[in-house]
Design a protein around this ligand. Structure first.
Ligand code: SAM
Length: 432
């Protein structure tokens, strides 16, 4: 397919997902199934166009004075991909499956690219109804933070300390030009190409040998700051596919007991294979048998650390999933806040006196971060927050600079602040 034909296809996919309010991944899959002629490179390029258009949906619509998929595509090509008017006109010719030629108003708008009278939520590309929370999280930096969350994400990997070192891995993956992460001692970072695609890391021999896992550096950092130590009893209560379980096992140097569970047993399935690859031998997976069954009942009140990687809106990962940004609804936020309270209550029963709960979200919304911790503290008099300075005093490195990102109860990372996804971490200690 020509570049212009790919743009037409991406506009078609955007029409489908907007009209039928369906996830971008589903619309892209259906498009591919009914157009077998498109090769894998075409599909990847079309997906990248669609996701890039969604990143700046509100601001592109404002600049172009229209919300049509064509307008979103034009705004994105000019603002995200930096194409000038001539380059865009050369693609929009109307010939051989190319989109129709530019109209005079489109030309005027592409020349002006004006956001002069746009409200802050539009400049930030944050849904209007989420703006009050977002703005209160970041204050005067909120627009710049929203812009950074509308960018593309790099690909980060975590070197598995149980099998290798970051330096050795950097040598093995040198052809893909990794850079060391700025914060996590185990992180290597790869930048995506112009088309948004990164290197095929999961096809590398060192991946099959368990040398690394794909994991955002922010996720690595909050797991490290949770403070698990070798020899301890640690619970990963919302383990899902086990991204943090694997990191915890490495930080604990395969010594102690690490229990991994999840409300949804199906989500734990990939963890078995990942564990085998990683060489982590201290992990015991506990499957809940029914709703309300506590698979860790016999160790209630005994854990040194309970890690709660809470279900959340995922607003901190909008760079990786721009579709989710516009699909999240008020009801879903309220539901996540209820889930967070439920899982924290469970963690409170499992942690031992003097032990710690590390509460993590990949969200930047205060409703599911500081407010969730305050509500928990209001219901649980025997717990107190661990001050940021104490969280950051880690044996794994000097993290004192992160104190700038302290919130009322925890720490807030973000693409603009730390170059990571927008992770939140708060630690609460149970009184002795
Ligand atoms: C953010 S995801 C976990 C991601 C995972 N820890 C990782 O690093 O790959 C949140 C998980 O919480 C689980 N969950 C939701 N409510 C829960 C509850 N009350 N107790 C335990 N897990 C819960 C969800 O099934 C989901 O897998």
């Amino acid at each position: 397919m020509t570049p212009a034909a790919r743009i037409s296809a991406a506009i078609e996919v955007l029409e489908d997902l907007i009209q039928r309010r369906r996830p971008a991944a589903d619309a892209l899959k259906d498009w591919g199934l009914s157009r077998r002629f498109a090769g894998s490179k075409d599909r990847a390029a079309i997906a990248s166009l669609v996701y890039d258009a969604l990143r700046r949906k509100a601001s592109s619509a404002h600049v172009m004075g229209s919300e049509t998929p064509r307008a979103l595509m034009l705004g994105m090509l000019a603002r995200q991909r930096g194409l000038d008017l001539e380059q865009i006109a050369a693609l929009f010719t109307g010939e051989h499956h190319a989109p129709a030629p530019l109209e005079s108003e489109e030309v005027d708008r592409l020349v002006a690219l004006s956001l002069a009278d746009a409200p802050d939520w539009v400049r930030a590309d944050v849904p209007e109804w989420l703006w009050p929370g977002f703005a209160s999280a970041f204050g005067p930096d909120a627009v710049a933070e929203g812009e950074a969350l509308a960018g593309r994400a790099p690909i980060d990997i975590r070197a598995n300390r149980l099998k290798t070192t970051r330096d050795r891995l950097a040598g093995e993956l040198g052809h893909a030009t990794p850079e060391p992460g700025a914060w996590s001692p185990d992180a290597l970072r790869f930048q995506p190409g112009i088309d948004g695609r990164g290197p095929s890391l999961q096809a590398e021999p060192s991946f099959f040998a368990g040398g690394f896992e794909i994991q955002d550096e922010g996720s690595q950092l909050v797991t490290l700051l949770a403070g698990a130590k070798p020899g301890q009893t640690v619970i990963d209560l919302c383990a899902g596919a086990g991204g943090k379980t694997l990191a915890l096992a490495a930080l604990m140097a395969n010594s102690g007991c690490l229990f991994a569970t999840d409300l949804d047993a199906r989500r734990l399935a990939p963890l078995h294979e990942r564990l085998a690859r990683s060489g982590a031998s201290i992990v015991e997976i506990r499957i809940p048998r029914s709703r309300g069954h506590e698979p860790l009942a016999e160790i209630e009140g005994q854990a040194d650390l309970v890690l709660v990687d809470a279900p959340c809106t995922g607003s901190g990962t909008w760079r990786r999933n721009p579709d989710a940004k516009w699909r999240v609804r008020p009801g879903a936020l309220a539901e996540r806040v209820r889930d967070q309270a439920e899982v924290l209550a469970r963690a409170a029963r499992l942690v031992k006196p003097g032990g710690r709960i590390a509460y993590i979200t990949c969200s930047v919304l205060p409703e599911e971060n500081d407010a969730a911790i305050e509500a928990f503290l209001g219901r649980n008099a025997g717990f107190a927050t661990v001050p940021p300075a104490e969280i950051l005093a880690s044996e794994h490195g000097d993290f004192s600079l992160l104190a700038r990102f302290a919130t009322g109860r925890g720490l807030q990372l973000s693409p603009r602040r730390t170059g990571t996804d927008g992770f939140y971490l708060a630690c609460v200690r149970r009184g002795d």
